[in-house]
Design a protein around this ligand. Structure first.
Ligand code: TYD
Length: 135
């Protein structure tokens, strides 16, 4: 999988009981090495502004709504909105991202690597001047 895409997970339950969804390594494009979540993001804030050299992510809006703008090394942009807890957004390596969360949103990220600041590309200029051979 090398393109950003939405992945739908099944929902177990009913409107009467409520629902449960599950993500297991066997059903994912990578092995989960880290989980983090963000919350209480003010409406005016745009998060992200970085890309990753190697990290792959599967991101859920477990509540609220989250807007993503993803840009590849060719400058092609794609937009996604997450607002259903059973739908995840797969983000491959090397996508510049800008992320806008509704104030009530909880973003849950399943990640393919533990946290490494060296894996971040935090400059948009550097992102677009990457020499792929240097990665
Ligand atoms: P960052 O990934 O830049 O968040 P966002 O793109 O949502 O704005 O991370 C914000 C800060 O949190 C940064 O100082 C690094 C730190 N951080 C960790 O220490 N461990 C982690 O697993 C993550 C994701 C971030």
């Amino acid at each position: 999988m090398d393109k950003p895409q939405l992945i739908e997970f099944s929902k177990v339950g009913s409107t009467n009981l409520g629902y449960l969804s599950v993500a297991e390594n066997s059903a994912l494009p990578f092995k989960i090495e880290r989980v983090y979540w963000t919350y209480y993001t003010p409406d005016s804030i745009v998060r992200g502004h970085h890309a990753h050299k190697e990290l792959q992510q599967l991101i859920f809006a477990v509540s609220g709504s989250i807007d993503f703008t993803l840009e590849d090394l060719n400058g092609q942009r794609v937009y996604f909105q997450l607002n259903q807890p059973n739908i995840g957004l797969y983000v491959p390596k090397l996508y510049w991202r800008e992320i806008k969360l509704s104030h009530n949103a909880v973003l849950l990220c399943l990640a393919s690597m533990e946290y490494e600041e060296d894996d971040y590309i935090r400059s948009y200029y550097d992102f677009h001047n990457l020499n792929r051979n240097s990665l």
